[in-house]
Design a protein around this ligand. Structure first.
Ligand SMILES: NC(=O)c1ccc[n+]([C@@H]2O[C@H](COP(=O)([O-])OP(=O)(O)OC[C@H]3O[C@@H](n4cnc5c(N)ncnc54)[C@H](O)[C@@H]3O)[C@@H](O)[C@H]2O)c1
Length: 347
């Protein structure tokens, strides 16, 4: 198969797990842990990162194999990486760093690269936006660079591009696919929450109130607390509420940062409902995951699906891929319908 050539914007924890995942699944015959070991004929070994941008001096100018393990990244190391030959280029800072994260990120003094030139020279066909969630201006700036360089765009951040009609049109006009916004996790708290609610509701339980709150230890948790707590809460709450056929009290969204958790995330769920003869029922549970690896499998899937979209010459927001892989797609579908539509798209 031809390689899927990718440019990464932000060499943080998600980028670290994504790149390690390519090496891990290329080196091993074992595909355990992947939702789609092969998708439309493409395996993880067919993914090649050809360009990457960051602003932290511990990453800029370094080979990707080294940069992904530089602080403040704290995603788990699962394999050694050979040199990739791809050096992290310096992107413009814009609003990439907030008041709280500037204590964690050391801004490089290197000159900003000509991003479009680097993208074109690398042969990148798909850009993955892995900027901090509060970097709205930087997200839009890189989206513009993707358009100028002729790259499709995957927006993993909770900034609105694919779900914004103006941006969707810009990509449609440029004959390029766009997917987003806010990547779902492979085993995410939102999906687990929705599945529990649907199971209960399908069995006649009436949900009276429910919440889901998180505690995490990555840089992203700091950024979320300062800059995107409300947006994340709105996205997650709307998504969870869509699992029920009636309106009820729902709150879902990240809450706090605990540094010693490292890249781990503790998710707390509370569901209160009633069943036969108004008898009460409570679910009160904790679920622990590690953040960055939780993005890997879905990123592999949406990346290969965007390659399919490029082959099919689809353009603008690719709604079926967005509904499968993102929490804030242009059009929300139920988990089952999204899964079925995605399978049909990649078939
Ligand atoms: N499971 C998951 O981790 C998951 C799930 C859904 C969505 N996301 C989203 O993915 C994004 C990345 O998450 P992460 O945990 O890797 O974050 P991170 O904070 O570890 O990484 C962000 C990287 O962007 C770099 N950066 C900041 N400003 C920049 C600029 N102007 N140009 C280039 N690089 C810049 C930072 O130095 C850092 O290396 C976030 O928006 C997050 O909401 C992650």
């Amino acid at each position: 198969m031809p390689k899927i050539k990718v440019a990464l914007i932000g060499v943080g924890n998600c980028a670290s797990s994504f790149i390690q995942g390519i090496q891990y699944y290329t080196a091993s015959k074992d595909s355990k842990g992947l939702r789609h070991p092969t998708l439309a004929g493409f395996d993880p070994k067919d993914i090649q990162v050809v360009a990457a941008f960051d602003v932290d001096e511990r990453k800029v100018g370094k080979d990707l194999s080294e940069a992904i393990f530089a602080q403040p990244n704290n995603a788990p190391k699962v394999c050694d990486l050979p040199k990739t030959g791809v050096k992290v280029a310096k992107g413009p800072l814009l609003d990439g760093v907030g008041d709280s994260t500037k204590l964690l990120i050391q801004i490089s003094k290197a000159q900003d690269a000509d991003v479009v030139k680097v993208l074109k020279a690398s042969g990148a066909e798909i850009m993955i936006n892995l900027l901090p969630s509060g970097a709205r201006k930087a997200t839009e700036w890189y989206a513009q660079q993707a358009l100028a360089a002729g790259c499709a765009l995957i927006n993993a951040t909770p900034n609105f591009l694919a779900s914004d009609a103006v941006w969707a049109k810009k990509f449609a006009d440029a004959n390029l696919p766009l997917v987003g916004d806010d990547l779902v996790d492979q085993v995410g708290s939102t999906a687990l929450h929705k599945t529990l609610l649907k199971l209960l509701s399908d069995n006649g339980v009436h949900i009276n109130e429910t919440y889901q709150l998180d505690v995490g230890g990555g840089t992203e948790s700091v950024d979320t607390m300062e800059r995107t707590r409300d947006t994340k809460r709105t996205i997650k709450t709307e998504s969870v509420a869509s699992a029920l056929p009636y309106k009820t009290e729902v709150v879902a969204g990240s809450t706090d940062y605990v540094d010693f958790l490292q890249n781990k995330r503790d998710s707390y769920f509370w569901i209160s409902g009633t069943y036969f003869c108004n008898i009460p029922l409570i679910i009160d549970l904790k679920f622990q995951t590690t953040d960055a690896p939780n993005a890997g499998s879905v990123l592999f899937d949406v990346l290969r699906a965007v390659k399919v979209a490029l082959i099919k010459q689809e353009k603008g927001a690719i709604e079926l891929v967005c509904a499968y892989g993102f929490k804030h797609p242009p059009k929300m579908l139920s988990l089952e319908v999204a899964e079925k539509a995605f399978k049909e798209f990649i078939a």
